[in-house]
Design a protein around this ligand. Structure first.
Ligand code: AOF
Ligand code: ZN
Length: 373
């Protein structure tokens, strides 16, 4: 098998990174035996056609028959009726003879049924080994979708910007623009690929942030999630924008403040935390919140919060990955990135693995992943 067809399909999938949520980003190439491209496509926005249907349509529009052709796809063609019909049936009906896929679809509604259905109809199926570089890259591209399907919770990515000595804000609260414009735009690109952005009420009140995507082009805005135990979110907060869902997680004890927020479109979710004795702590149960966000089809959750909520999420083991921008300056005393200490043993630290380091303008971007994720 020639990898270049699948690599092209993966490039198509990557081009849809900001578009398809909560659907996975999938690419499809249809080629004849001589390697001529007959049609190509990628997943459209949720509710829209999948990659295979787009590629079949593209071939039809170009007047190309796909009878006897091979389809290269970056996920198992679906076998279920979701918001759209099954792709395997569309491929079979069009006369596709062979399907080459990078990965099984972890969606329990599909999970091998797509391949089985194709084989039963006489279509030859080839699937890469799970450790093939293109299989790994396809899963990385859809890391949130795989997380939601397998773990039932989102892939949680925490973004922080700090000075080289780890300070995110001065003691007087000054915190804006520690990193430069390139790093800020890069941060927006990470926002744009997420299903939702999460922050805390402290940040909402202190910074009045919009937490939307402005510095890069995007076909959609991520939803917003606020951890707000006592429901202090102002109904005129700038993040209430058209077409975006806002979920506010509370401790369930402030019923009187709900109406004004619901009126501006917020969904209030009661998620009270209890201690091991079963008593209410007054806080939000963050682990239960992640399961709830999984049920709400959040694949990648992008966290931009202060050191307290950041620390609580890290301590609870709920963060999978960190995107840290370091500015080439020292700011000394001030707020740190995550409040997780104090520890007494080095072994109690959170063990990470560096995935990449890159200069972004004058700043440094470090991507680190929690070991074992
Ligand atoms: C494919 N090709 O391009 C994608 C697939 O609600 P629906 O009908 O859009 O189905 C969503 C599910 O389809 C999604 O959870 C995943 O299992 C699969 N995504 N499948 O054959 C595609 N994006
Ligand atoms: Zn499909």
């Amino acid at each position: 098998m020639n990898d270049s067809h699948l690599r092209n399909a993966l490039l198509l999938a990557q081009s849809a990174i900001k578009l398809t949520n909560p659907n996975p980003r999938v690419g499809c190439y249809i080629e004849d035996a001589s390697g001529r491209v007959l049609g190509q496509g990628h997943t459209q926005k949720a509710g829209g056609p999948h990659a295979e249907v787009m590629a079949l349509r593209d071939a039809a529009e170009k007047g190309n028959s796909v009878e006897g052709a091979t389809a290269y796809v970056t996920l198992e063609p679906c076998s279920h009726h979701g918001r759209t019909g099954p792709c395997c049936d569309a491929l079979i009906q069009a006369g596709i003879k062979k399907v080459v896929a990078t990965n099984l679809d972890p969606n329990p509604l599909v999970a091998g049924n797509g391949f089985a259905r194709l084989r039963a109809a006489g279509v030859e199926v080839e699937v890469l080994a799970p450790d093939h570089p293109l299989a790994v890259q396809s899963r990385e591209l859809n890391i949130g979708f795989f997380s939601r399907m397998i773990r039932k919770t989102p892939w949680v990515r925490m973004k922080v910007a700090a000075s080289l000595d780890g300070t995110t804000a001065l003691d007087n609260g000054a915190s804006q623009w520690i990193t430069g414009p390139d790093a800020r735009a890069d941060g927006h690109a990470w926002r744009a690929r997420s299903c939702a952005i999460l922050t805390g009420i402290g940040t909402v009140l202190a910074d009045r942030p919009r937490l939307d995507v402005r510095l890069v082009d995007t076909p959609r805005q991520p939803h917003l999630v606020v951890v707000d135990s006592t429901l202090e979110t102002p109904p005129d907060a700038p993040f209430f924008i058209a077409g975006r869902a806002v979920f506010i997680y509370t401790n369930g004890q402030n019923a009187s403040k709900r109406a004004a927020l619901e009126q501006v479109g917020a969904t209030i979710v009661d998620m009270p935390e209890r201690n091991p004795q079963g008593e209410l702590t007054g806080k939000v149960d963050l682990a239960a919140m992640m399961r709830d966000l999984g049920r709400r089809e959040i694949n990648e959750l992008h966290v931009e919060a202060g050191f307290k909520l950041n620390g609580s999420l890290v301590r609870a083991g709920l963060v999978d990955e960190f995107v840290v921008y370091l500015a080439p300056k020292l700011l000394g005393q001030g707020a740190g990135m995550f409040h997780i200490g104090p520890l007494t043993e080095l072994s109690q630290g959170v063990q990470l693995e560096f995935k990449s380091t890159e200069m972004v303008g004058p700043d440094l971007r470090v991507v680190a992943r929690v070991q074992g994720r």
